[in-house]
Structure formats: C-alpha cells, structure tokens
Design a protein around this ligand. Structure first.
Ligand SMILES: Cc1ncc(COP(=O)(O)O)c(C=O)c1O
Length: 432
C-alpha cells in the first residue's frame, strides 16, 4: 500500500481550498476530507474494544442481525454510502456532463490510482470492472488459447473464477482440468504442502494456472508468489489469481507476487458499493488479451488498460465512489486493524479447541489463513444448523454441506466480541 494515499492528496487540496474560501472546495474534495477526518478520529482511540465499538458505529449494519458473512458480501461504511448517494445526486443534476462530458474523468482516474495504490501496483495495470466474475470472463474470453492448451485449477477455486473457463473451453477447444483439493485436510496442510499440491497439478500442456489468494470455504492463504514461481519454472505462461477474499482483509502487494492477473470484488472486504470490481492485468497479459466487449469509442483506449473496462454507459458514480471505499480502508490500517483480525481469529481458534462440540477445519495459523474459518458442529448437518441459526437467531453466515460439512464464519473488524461469544454459544447449543 502506498504511504501517501491519493485521498490524502485530495484532502490537502480541500484544506488549502477551505483556507482560500469554502467555494473553492469541490464536493469530491470535501467528501475526501470528511473520510480522512473519520478514520483519523478512530486512529486516536487507544483502547481496542472502544476502537471496535467506535468503528462499528460507522456502519449501517442492523443490530437485529449477527452478521458473520463478510466473505459473501460486505457492508459499506455509512460515510462511504453517503458519499455514494451524493455522487448519484450530483450525476442527476446534469447526467450528460458527468457521464460523457468529462466532469468525472479525473475522479475516475483517481479511483483507479487509489485501488492500484491499495493493491501495491500502478494505475496502468488496473481495470475497473464490476466484480471477480467479470475479471475471469475477461481472461477466459480474451486469452489466446486453443486446442492442445490446458487451464488448471483446484476444486478450491470458486465458481466465479471457474465457470468462464469451462464455458470458453467448450466454445474454443482448449481443455480445463479441475484437480480435487483435499478439503477435509485443510487444517493439517502446511503452506509448502499447498505449493506442492499446485506444482503437482501442472502438466506440459498447462498454459494458465488459476488460484484464489484466499479461498472461500476454509480460508487458506495461498503462498501466491511461491506458486507463481513454481508455475513459471514448469513453463506455465499465465498465473491468474482470484482476489475476492483477500483485498481489503489481508495486506496485498501485487507487484511482488509475480502474477499476470489479480481480479477481485471490493464489495466484500473492501466494503465498496455493490457491483464495482477491479482486475489488475500485467503489461504482459494485456499485450495478449482481447477485450471482451467491443464498444463505440473504444479505439481511444487502445494500448491502455481502459479497453478492458469499456462497455458503454456504466454507473460512473459508483466507480468514482470506489476511491472513497479505499480511503476509508486505508484510514483503518492503524495498529488495531493490523492486529484485529489476528486476534479475532485467535480467539475463535482457542474457543473451538476448548469445546468438544465444535471442530476446526481451517489452517491453524493466521499467517496461513484468513478471517474466514470453517467450523463443524459435532453430530449435525452444517446446512441444517445454518438454517436454524438464521431462522431462530438472525445469524447470517454460510454453511457448506458434504464433504466439508461446516459453518463458514467470516467476521469483520466491526464484529463485536459479544456477537462472537453469542455465536459460539449457539453453535454449541446446536451440537448433539
Ligand atoms: C473466492 C471467490 N471468488 C469469486 C466470487 C464471485 O464474486 P462476484 O460475484 O463478486 O464476482 C466469490 C463470491 O463469493 C468468491 O468468494
């Protein structure tokens, strides 16, 4: 992540504007200043519990639900949502000016630069898509693959990063090989085991290796850099990564990973508006990739990453608002946020270890895992327990049936200790 995030630059512009007179501060700049003020205030709180409570108050999440499903869909911070509403309103004042007249041209590029900085890369590589699924459709449609070529991934790969390959394989003649991942062994696999497992999936025909940075079932944090190196050594041309469960939750430095694509859904952990995404594309893969859509005016973006996101009219307010979501998350990268997930996860691990009614199915260490863990309830079908938790107790989580048979708990920093304690009591109550 950059030391000097773009929203702070905007903040300074806003500050100098306000010194010269309020009229000089644009609504976008005033908005950025407010976000920096909110996260700055949080940074000043020294007590961890008070910090988490103050943070929670910045969200719209209903107190009626116990929400531990941030891996499915995140919740947008109130100020980011307000900024979004303001942008939608501004757009309607003069839609042509904002959509096509260039009024938001700079703001759109600010959003791209903000995402790039957050991911540890540069703006030339970041396409502003709608979600992870779109990123993988872009790749599966546009890479130069033909009969004789093979795309490989394990069964841990989410459908959103898989189905586009299957679909295009039928249409275009290349092969897809999906290798079974030993899901039930996730808790005993070392980081090197997971690297080796990927090494073993490769064949001389493999041209593309697909993997999640963090998977959505047991939350394995893949050693992407080591897997990418192993794949290159084996002659694989493109290593493409699903960032849906990583960006915004764990620190990411894309330029150090040695991958060709890193596509994600910031509406999960980065807590953006729904339906805005990103796809980092290396200059190497950009040179080989055909755009998925052809649109009028696209020729303007030839040779730039924008040709991969150009599909006619889009909701530019939400694109611009992505900079606000990034500003908020960047502002949270203080001491408690860095340690927060580790502590929440450590607490959950200890709680399961101490309970004969629950079982742990995720990597033991935070360094190899995520704030996304699979917990079994002894003697019970996880989907049935999940349904009971929602119906009777308004707990929102995801349940996986066989072979995993576990509840997926994915808390955010805004999940309170009381909520976690209640959840664990309920899971124990459900056990036979
Ligand atoms: C790992 C992973 N990849 C891809 C997706 C699909 O995300 P989207 O629907 O935002 O494209 C999800 C959604 O949960 C996911 O968990």
């Amino acid at each position: 992540m950059s030391d000097w995030p773009l929203p702070r630059r905007r903040f300074l512009r806003a500050l100098s504007g306000s010194l010269a007179g309020a009229a000089l501060v644009s609504p976008l700049e005033a908005r950025a200043a407010e976000l920096v003020e909110v996260t700055g205030r949080l940074e000043g709180i020294r007590d961890r519990r008070a910090w988490r409570e103050a943070l929670r108050a910045e969200y719209l999440l209903s107190p009626e639900v116990l929400y531990v499903n941030h891996a499915s869909i995140g919740t947008i911070p109130r100020r980011v949502h307000e900024a979004r509403v303001e942008l939608l309103r501004m757009c309607e004042e003069n839609p042509w000016l904002h959509m096509w007249g260039g009024a938001w041209e700079g703001a759109r590029e600010d959003a791209r630069a903000a995402v790039a900085g957050f991911l540890g890369t540069t703006a030339e590589g970041v396409a502003l898509t709608h979600n992870t699924t779109e990123g993988f459709n872009l790749l599966a449609n546009g890479l130069p693959l033909a009969a004789g070529d093979e795309v490989v991934f394990t069964s841990l790969n989410h459908d959103g990063a898989s189905v586009a390959w299957h679909h295009n394989a039928r249409r275009r003649g290349f092969a897809v090989r999906r290798v079974s991942f030993p899901l039930r062994d996730a808790a005993s696999l070392s980081r090197e085991d997971v690297v080796q497992l990927h090494r073993d999936t490769l064949s001389p025909r493999t041209r593309v290796l697909v993997l999640p940075h963090v998977d959505n079932m047991v939350g394995i944090r893949h050693d992407v850099a080591a897997i990418a190196t192993a794949a290159r050594d084996a002659g694989v041309e493109f290593v493409v990564v699903d960032a849906a469960q990583s960006a915004g939750m764990i620190p990411v430095a894309v330029d150090g990973l040695g991958v060709d694509a890193y596509a994600g859904s910031p509406h999960k952990w980065l807590q953006s508006a729904k339906g805005i995404g990103f796809a980092y594309l290396s200059s190497r893969i950009q040179a080989s990739l055909e755009p998925m859509w052809v649109t009028w005016g696209q020729a303007r973006w030839a040779g730039t990453v924008r040709r991969f996101e150009d599909y006619g009219t889009r909701n530019l307010a939400e694109t611009v608002n992505l900079a606000d979501a990034v500003a908020f998350q960047q502002g949270l990268r203080g001491e408690f946020a860095e340690r927060g997930y580790r502590q929440i996860r450590g607490w959950m691990r200890d709680r399961v270890d101490g309970s004969p009614r629950l079982s742990w199915h995720s990597p033991p260490r935070w360094e190899d895992g995520a704030s996304l863990v699979a917990i079994g309830v002894r003697g019970r079908s996880a989907p049935e327990v999940g349904e009971w938790l929602w119906r009777e107790h308004r707990v929102v989580l995801r349940a996986f049936g066989d072979p995993l048979n576990a509840l997926r708990v994915s808390p955010h920093l805004i999940t309170t200790q009381e909520e976690l304690e209640r959840l664990f009591r309920l899971m124990e109550e459900a056990a036979t």
